[in-house]
Design a binder for this molecule. Structure first.
Ligand code: ZN
Length: 416
């Protein structure tokens, strides 16, 4: 009884302490946001190039993505950031934009040329990123030279004081993307509304393993999440992942996710494994019951049967019948699947600068049940120490995501 009475009498005191804590902390909150680390950006024009310089008093992680005339700089930091830049007087840099969301910070550099090259370098103390932007061709060099004749080459450098002066224009956050690439697509491409991405393996099923212990399932997920982000920002499309965490999903359920979501494209993302440590490069597959070569057959076997989930022989023969039935569902899309595979493979070849390992056909079970154009991408060989190193690198993962994205866009552009 005594216990029961002491609780309500003690309650107001707790309430007062809590309230005063909230009031006091609310005084501190605005100052907290003001003390967010300042990132200064300035743009300098030189004779035949422009420099974008990002300065901060804390180290930042930066990743680059180029889309046509736009260079996106993704900036990762454990601390909140605020941005400042000077007014821009540049021939090459038209505008700077800034978005901050829960996924991170994004600096968008919009260039006045339809194509350009960039080079970046990082200095640690104090932290500074320098990005050099140049015209991509002689033709564009001439176009650029004709712009703003009042510019006096090297002398036209904005002072530090100017750079700190004005604040940034804030752009649409990632959620409200501009979907710029939609504009370049033919009417037929508008039928494509949902893309399902399938990060291979997951949970107990780790997939292939690199010599340093990198697990394929982690790489597959990291690339898929980045690809989802790029597609959603550039196109007004829905992207569904068969898994967005490290969990087990059966191959049948992956196809079910695609079909339940009325997928218009299905892309399964994997990293390759080989006994030969020197094997390298990308491969893109579309479905066929007959493998295009012995290696493709072996790979399909490995992807279809993971050691953790050994199947009984009776089950396997049941699988064969299922596969033939499902293969008929996928066969309606064979031509489109092979075209999508071709476009993605071309971009990955450019990225990895490898001899074309090519588009191949193999009986991948995950593709069989999908009722839309479907491909399986083996990004690189996790079994190759050099390629494993790349696959671990977040910057490389962004490049892969961007290459696959470019493949999708090229496919969509050819639709009629
Ligand atoms: Zn795999």
């Amino acid at each position: 009884m005594a216990k029961r009475r002491s609780l309500p009498s003690g309650f107001p005191l707790v309430k007062i302490i809590l309230l005063s804590f909230i009031i006091i902390s609310s005084f501190f909150l605005p100052s907290f946001s003001q003390t967010a680390n300042l990132v200064q950006v300035k743009v300098e024009d030189k004779v035949d190039l422009s420099r974008v310089i990002i300065m901060a008093n804390i180290p930042l992680e930066v990743f680059f993505n180029k889309f046509g005339s736009i260079l996106e700089v993704r900036i990762k930091s454990e601390h909140p950031l605020r941005f400042r830049s000077s007014p821009i007087h540049s021939r090459l840099v038209r505008s700077l934009g800034w978005a901050s969301t829960k996924q991170g910070n994004l600096l968008v550099i919009d260039c006045s040329l339809s194509d350009f090259q960039y080079e970046s370098s990082i200095r640690r103390q104090p932290f500074q990123v320098e990005i050099k932007l140049k015209p991509a061709s002689q033709e564009e060099k001439i176009i650029l030279a004709k712009k703003s004749p009042d510019l006096k080459g090297d002398e036209k450098i904005l002072s530090q004081a100017e750079a700190i002066g004005s604040s940034f224009k804030s752009i649409d956050p990632i959620e409200k993307a501009t979907h710029k690439d939609d504009l370049s697509l033919p009417a037929a491409a508008r039928r494509v509304k949902t893309i399902v991405l399938d990060p291979g393996h997951g949970g107990l099923e780790t997939g292939a393993k690199g010599p340093r212990g990198t697990l394929e399932k982690d790489v597959n997920l990291a690339i898929s999440l980045k690809l989802k982000e790029i597609i959603e920002r550039r196109l007004a499309l829905r992207v569904v992942l068969t898994r967005d965490q490290d969990i087990d999903i059966s191959l049948e359920n992956r196809a079910a996710v695609a079909n339940n979501n009325r997928a218009d494209l299905f892309i399964s993302i994997h990293a390759n494994g080989a006994f030969r440590p020197k094997a390298r490069g990308s491969e893109t597959y579309f479905l066929s019951l007959r493998a295009s070569d012995e290696e493709a057959r072996r790979l399909a076997y490995l992807e279809n049967n993971s050691p953790e989930f050994e199947k009984k022989i009776e089950e396997e023969s049941q699988d064969q019948i299922m596969m033939i039935l499902w293969d008929m569902a996928q066969s309606a899309f064979l031509k489109q699947s092979s075209q999508l595979a071709e476009f993605i493979q071309t971009e990955l070849n450019n990225l990895l600068e490898t001899a074309n390992r090519g588009v191949k056909q193999a009986p991948f079970k995950v593709l069989t049940g999908v009722a839309c154009p479907a491909v399986l991408v083996e990004v690189a060989f996790i079994s190759n120490p050099e390629e494993e190193e790349k696959l671990r690198d977040e910057n490389f993962q962004w490049s892969v995501a961007q290459a696959i994205y470019q493949g999708i866009i090229n496919y969509l552009r050819k639709l009629s």
